[in-house]
Design a protein around this ligand. Structure first.
Ligand code: BES
Ligand code: MN
Ligand code: ZN
Length: 478
């Protein structure tokens, strides 16, 4: 959805949006009077102002509709409710082809207004690239009271981040016959040109020169060539240590020789979701131009079974020289990330964050309500926890105690790539940590958050782009 902002409300803004907190609908009496609406109508129609409450009224012929949106309990930290309200309005906008709405009786916290706008863009997303009967992208003008112009930078930031999340969704929703490591790299190059961010793509020969034996071993089973995709954004001082983001970019994960059953395979076009959240930061950085240095690293491969494919019990060597006994070729994400993490150290980063659809196990731990976060730097994790609360992309820490490392000890190599059925998300992170030297690092497992199957106010079915808001806010907060 294209969103235009307008400061100043005129009589021409036909449709009107009114917010209310839970059980505060009495505060709306003046609004009801103004539009000659009976004062008890909201109660009669069951609108109480709780979260996700929506009521649309058509008062007189001369007016457009009045849309009431609930924001839940006042005083609680409820920017997520405002985001949801934005998503619900997006649904109405599309269904009723609204063109212009005025916001009156605004949510009283500025966080809420930015979150509302974010929800509007996120909720208005539609992936129609492959539909023959494409409808034009809906566009909405949002009229705000002129005094809200002071929030313009907050609102524009929210719009940029939401648009970046929609870009990530496009990448993730694109199936693997259209998004290969090679076409992915081309898209990133184009993005780099557009936003004036330098990119570098390493092909198979260069990856070989970098001795990335783990990444190469995963790619070997596929006819698609691997690519190591990187971008470098220098908005900060020259020489200032960057934040390095590493994203899992498996364009399709069949499991390899440890082949997945068909039921679990369909979700695996999303297995590059972590990388998409990293690449989407190029839009955020290129638009908002924060004074920081950031490097993005995406090992992009396809995990396929074939005569050349990696086999269970093969031993491979990562670029830092550590050897890995591969006992399950479906635990491929940690293999490519191992080389990605090794490479991150070349930039002498002040922090490394990796984000990945790494383990099915994370859904047993946390369900679909938070990403798992693990690492050894409590400050970094705490910071991400609070940013998760603020952005609505929550993370929850799982432990990384020494005992878990027993599970990934190998008899024949430095480690093995699976740790058995217990604590799968933790042993995967323990494996990754072996490739991180003394640098603050956190790993975010989004395997239960990357896809929306049910209905949700601002996340249409398909890729969610989960992590884009979290990473953006993390970079900006720096
Ligand atoms: N990409 C999957 C993880 C995944 C599973 C993401 C379900 C989203 C939904 C990953 O490569 C994988 O296959 N992990 C295995 C690890 C196991 C073999 C140790 C898993 O979780 O089953
Ligand atoms: Mn896998
Ligand atoms: Zn995978």
């Amino acid at each position: 959805m294209k969103l235009k902002l307008k400061y100043g409300i005129s009589a021409k803004d036909e449709d009107i949006v009114v917010f209310s907190y839970q059980d505060k609908i009495n505060n709306l009496k003046p609004v009801l009077q103004k539009y000659i609406i009976a004062s008890n109508i909201l109660t009669r129609l069951g609108f109480t102002g709780k979260r996700d409450d929506v009521l649309e009224l058509h008062p007189t012929d001369s007016h457009g509709s009045i849309i009431f949106l609930g924001l839940g309990e006042k005083g609680k930290s409820n920017s997520e409710n405002a985001r949801r309200a934005g998503g619900l309005l997006a649904g109405i906008t599309v269904a009723r082809s609204l063109k212009s709405v005025a916001l009156v009786e605004l949510p009283d916290q500025q966080d809420n207004l930015a979150a509302f706008v974010e929800g509007l863009i996120l909720g208005g997303y539609d992936f129609n690239t492959f539909k023959s009967d494409k409808k034009p992208e809906p566009s909405l003008t949002l009229a705000l009271n002129g005094e809200y112009k002071k929030l313009i930078s907050e609102i524009e930031k929210a719009m940029t981040v939401a648009e970046a999340a929609c870009y990530a969704r496009d990448l993730i929703n694109t199936p693997a016959n259209f998004l290969t490591p090679t076409s992915y790299a081309a898209k990133v190059r184009a993005l780099g040109k557009k936003y004036k961010i330098s990119t570098r793509v390493y092909g198979k020969n260069e990856i070989q020169k970098l001795k990335m034996g783990a990444m190469l071993a995963v790619a070997e089973g596929s006819d698609q060539q691997p690519k190591l995709i990187t971008f470098t954004y220098n908005g900060g001082k020259k020489g200032e240590a960057p934040i390095v983001l590493v994203g899992k970019g498996v364009t399709f994960d069949t499991g390899g020789i440890s082949l997945k059953p068909n039921s679990g395979m369909q979700d695996m076009k999303n297995d590059m979701a972590g990388s998409a959240t990293v690449i989407a930061q190029m839009i955020v950085l290129g638009t908002l131009k924060p004074k920081i240095n950031v490097v993005g690293i995406v090992p992009a491969v396809e995990n396929m079974p074939s005569g050349r494919a990696l086999k269970p019990t093969d031993i491979i060597t990562a670029s830092d020289g550590q050897t890995i006994e591969v006992l399950n070729t479906d635990a491929e994400g940690r293999l490519i990330l191992a080389d990605g993490l090794c490479y991150a150290h070349k930039f002498k980063p002040k922090a490394i964050l990796d984000i990945a659809t790494l383990t099915g196990a994370v859904r047993y731990a946390l369900g679909h309500n938070a990403a798992g976060i693990l690492g050894k730097d409590d400050n970094l994790i705490e910071k991400l926890y609070y940013i998760g609360q603020k952005t609505g992309e929550r993370v929850w820490q799982l432990p990384l105690w020494d005992e878990y490392y027993e599970q990934i000890k190998s008899n024949v190599a430095d480690m093995k790539n699976v740790g058995g059925p217990a604590a799968g998300t933790i042993t995967a992170a323990a494996f990754l940590s072996k490739f991180v030297k003394d640098i603050p690092w956190a790993h975010i497992d989004i395997a239960a958050m990357d896809n929306q199957e049910g209905s949700h106010p601002y996340q249409p079915k398909g890729a969610t782009g989960y992590g884009v808001r979290l990473l953006a806010e993390f970079l900006m907060a720096d």
